[in-house]
Design a protein around this ligand. Structure first.
Ligand code: HEM
Ligand code: NAG
Ligand code: NAG
Length: 321
């Protein structure tokens, strides 16, 4: 029936198909025919939510970061505990911290009403990140789309997310491990130009007998007093200069020893580190920061997506189908 030649041809064809699937690329036009209003639907829901929650954009972009760094941008962070699912939401960096899930649900509901079963939860986080940055005055970028959703979560992986007290060397290694370089680390840390952090994430810098020497003395007093009064869960602005705007003040703060997290200040204050020059560049040119940030967001959004027939399009972002 089939000659050796045919067998070989079929094998080569199969191999090409498999490689084609595993190399499948995200694209800017992915929903152009299947859900042409997707972007404006995401915009509408986020703008609505922003009327009662000034932090919603900050919450949503952080979800995308915490999604992409754990087994790729596959919506895994959105899964609740269930049979066979140990939720990433309970991992240490996310517990009592990651937020914005109800708004993700609202976006999903609006999209399911318009184009059922089409837009993945992983792509919702990519859409929402760009919309949030743009609404806060930051850059726009061409959102790459076509991710599919995981059927698994990885809480152990989520526990290994970059932490606020890690050394610059360790942060750099974690970024490198997902294909992001030193410029990406500095640019993406600029995401801390908006949003808040709880005292528990930087209280190690406030130690009475041994405060972090790279923390401005006046800022130190403010933080000590606020955290003493408000406790571990009291929140401070990550960017004390323009707390809710997406701009380059995060970097001028670092030059003035007013980074909130140790992981922020290290980018500027670590002796001999290549990151200091990048901080200076972004501090002196907001355009430079914006174009690097946009580029790095696209790179982060491309970490190991599920594409083709891998994964699924969840109907409910909190549950596998
Ligand atoms: C470099 C490694 C990073 C570390 C160690 C880090 C750590 C943290 C910590 C500890 C918080 C405060 C959480 C809380 O107190 O509940 C936070 C908040 C935040 N992070 Fe990061 N982060 C990093 C990178 C990023 C990246 C890449 C982005 C986005 C591009 C980002 C966006 C945000 C935002 C917007 C908030 C505020 C969220 C809110 O107001 O609820 N972070 N981050
Ligand atoms: C999450 O944090 C709360 C409050 O600190 C704590 O009671 C709870 O045990 C934590 N959950 C997990 C899974 O660690
Ligand atoms: C403060 O720093 C001192 C000296 O390094 C250390 O012994 C102590 O455990 C620290 N206290 C806290 C609460 O971290």
């Amino acid at each position: 029936m089939s000659s050796p030649f045919h067998t070989k041809a079929i094998l080569i064809l199969l191999l090409a198909v498999i490689l084609g699937v595993s190399n499948a690329q995200l694209s800017v036009t992915f929903y152009d025919t299947t859900c042409p209003n997707a972007y404006s639907i995401v915009c509408t829901v986020i703008q609505q939510a922003a009327q009662t929650d000034v932090r919603i954009g900050a919450k949503l972009i952080r979800l995308h970061f915490h999604d992409c760094f754990v087994d790729g941008c596959d919506g895994s962070i959105l899964l609740d505990n269930a049979d066979g699912i140990v939720s990433e939401k309970d991992a240490r960096p996310n517990n009592q911290s990651a937020d914005g899930f109800p708004v993700v649900d609202d976006i999903k509901t609006a999209l399911e009403n318009e184009c059922p079963g089409v837009v993945s939860c992983a792509d919702i986080l990519a859409f929402a990140s760009e919309v949030s940055v743009t609404l806060a005055g930051g850059p726009t970028w061409e959102i790459q789309l076509g991710r599919r959703d995981s059927r698994t979560a990885n809480q152990i992986g989520a526990n290994n997310l970059p932490g606020p007290s890690e050394t610059l060397e360790s942060l750099t290694a974690k970024f490198n491990a997902v294909g992001l370089d030193t410029t990406d680390l500095v640019a993406l840390s600029g995401g801390h130009t908006f949003g808040r952090a709880q005292c528990r994430t930087f209280s190690n810098r406030l130690n009475t007998s041994n405060p972090d020497p790279t923390l401005d003395a006046t800022f130190l007093q403010t933080l000590r007093q606020g955290c003493a009064e408000g406790g571990d869960t009291r929140r401070f602005n990550l960017d004390p200069t323009t707390p809710d705007d997406f701009d380059n003040n995060y970097f001028t703060n670092l030059q003035n020893n007013r980074g909130l997290l140790q992981s922020d200040q290290e980018l500027f204050s670590t002796t001999g580190a290549a990151t200091s020059a990048i901080v200076n560049r972004f501090a002196s040119s907001q355009d430079d920061f914006f174009s690097s940030f946009a580029q790095s967001m696209i790179k982060m959004g491309n970490i190991s997506p599920l594409t083709g027939s891998n994964g699924e399009i969840r109907t409910d972002c909190r549950r596998v189908n």
